[in-house]
Design a binder for this molecule. Structure first.
Ligand code: GAP
Length: 464
């Protein structure tokens, strides 16, 4: 059941705090008071995001014969965004409070907000904002190109792209002509997009700078609706594979009148974040709208010639458009767990554990010598680290008691810890366990012994 209303503020606060403490996500320019709506990924966040992007690319480009990748420029010719309709119509309705000057998106406020400037008014007095009439606020970031750009020269205007999609559409012909590919086929892209959101909020969820993972899947008109449904299923399977709970994913079939005018079918995939059920991805059947617009505005044909039927037509397109940062946030929210390990009569013991799927986890394995003051243990541990490092992200840690080091790795979601102990050196268990290591599993906390010679072969299939 959809739980649009359900929010869990405390859980979200704990997640935001862990993200900063452990180096997943920081506020941009925090030391200068922060840049609203912009976020920086720290060492663990950068690896987590890269793992997600690599996995998406692997599934949607590398492992498919019918999808090609591209990487377009962020700075976008204004003609592109005029033709696509963004210059004229990519806006949200905005209202301002005449008293406190705070700005709101008119379509997201349910009742008149409390005015910050009137907060001190005596009880019983009207503390509401005094809102202006809604006006359209274009969400695109405009910039000027060229050192000698004349401020009034409209040709010097460029935009930071508000979606990666348009860079795909305007390269449709080049990709088609430079590759021997036939319909149906897709072009995939991962990259930055920028929107001057009126009210960025919910951590990275609504940002002004973010990344998208988009596919434009071109097809014959009669295949569009069927492929839209197929793509929806593929995208749901993807979220399951990366570890999002199926029960927290919801599909909204956007009704007539709420879809973009050119779309015959649009599904939103939403996820139960701690701050409510919100959109992760849209799967939209956009018909021939975009290519037709560029065909007309550029005067360059965007038609496809079908060699079998000898027809010429502008292909239709199905677009699965996912937010990368939103998926990272969903992965973090999904992974966060607090496990109560308190023993009867004992001190409160809460284990914080990020239960990332190994393929997505930022660190795959931690290598831990049992003691740091035993040179043989340290040397062996470094040998193991060097063995694994070319194949995966390894974290080496020799400080603190082994139990504490396990807990540290739990908190950042490392699925496996490898401990080098006296058995490894052959000094215990009658030397029987020489050259074996202890593998400790994050989720179950169970331990098993594996030979160093078998370690790489043991780990590799478990982390992909
Ligand atoms: N090309 C279609 C398109 O851009 P969209 O629904 O506006 O469609 C697609 O955006 C996805 O991009 C969204 O489902 C969301 O995951 C992500 N996205 C959009 N605006 C965002 C923002 N301000 N911050 C973070 N992610 C955003």
């Amino acid at each position: 059941m959809a739980n649009k209303e359900h929010t869990d503020t405390e859980r979200m606060e704990a997640i935001v705090s862990l993200c900063k403490r452990k180096g997943f996500i920081f506020q941009s320019a925090e030391i200068y008071g922060g840049l609203n709506g912009c976020w920086d990924y720290g060492p663990l966040g950068a690896d987590l995001k890269r793992n997600l992007k690599d996995y998406w690319w692997r599934k949607n480009v590398q492992e498919r014969d019918d999808i090609l990748g591209m990487d377009g420029s962020i700075l976008t010719h204004q003609a592109v965004l005029t033709a696509s309709g963004h210059v004229g119509g990519f806006s949200d309705p905005m209202v301002d409070c005449r008293v406190c000057k705070k700005r709101y998106r008119a379509d997201t406020i349910e009742e008149t907000p409390i005015c910050e400037a009137k907060a001190q008014l005596p009880k019983g007095e009207d503390k509401s904002c005094e809102l202006t009439e809604p006006k359209d606020f274009n969400l695109m970031f405009q910039t000027k190109m060229g050192a000698s750009a004349d401020d009034n020269d409209p040709n010097a205007v460029a935009y930071l792209r508000p979606e990666t999609a348009q860079t795909i559409f305007v390269q449709f012909k080049n990709v088609l002509d430079s590759n021997r590919i036939k319909l149906p086929f897709g072009i995939a892209q991962i990259g930055k997009a920028f929107r001057n959101e009126i009210t960025p909020r919910n951590f990275t969820f609504r940002s002004r700078e973010f990344e998208q993972m988009e596919i434009e899947y071109f097809c014959r008109p009669e295949d569009g609706l069927r492929l839209t449904d197929e793509w929806l299923e593929k995208r749901l399977a993807f979220y399951d594979e990366i570890g999002l709970d199926k029960n927290k994913l919801h599909v909204l079939d956007i009704p007539d009148g709420e879809r973009a005018h050119y779309s015959e079918k649009t599904y939103d995939i939403e996820y139960d974040f701690p701050f409510g059920q919100q959109e992760l991805e849209g799967v939209a059947y956009r018909g021939a709208y975009d290519l037709t617009k560029h065909h007309e505005a550029s005067g360059k044909t965007q038609e496809y010639f079908d060699e079998q039927t000898k027809e010429k037509f502008i292909p239709h397109v199905v677009e699965p458009s996912a937010g990368c940062d939103r998926t990272v946030l969903a992965l973090i929210c999904e992974a966060y767990d607090e496990e109560d390990l308190t023993k009867e009569g004992g001190k409160k013991d809460i284990r914080t554990v990020m239960r990332f799927k190994p393929a997505i986890a930022p660190i795959k394995v931690a290598v831990l010598p049992l003691l740091k003051n035993k040179p043989e243990l340290v040397a062996k541990a470094k040998e193991v680290k060097n063995l694994l490092q070319p194949y995966m992200t390894v974290y080496y840690d020799e400080t603190a008691a082994i139990g504490r080091r396990y807990r540290r790795q739990d908190e950042v979601g490392t699925p496996f810890c490898v401990a080098i102990d006296f058995e490894t050196l052959g000094e215990e268990a009658d030397g029987e366990l020489k050259d074996t290591v202890t593998i400790r599993h994050r989720d179950s906390m169970e331990q098993e012994r594996v030979k160093i010679d078998d370690l790489l072969g043991w780990l590799l299939p478990r982390i992909h």
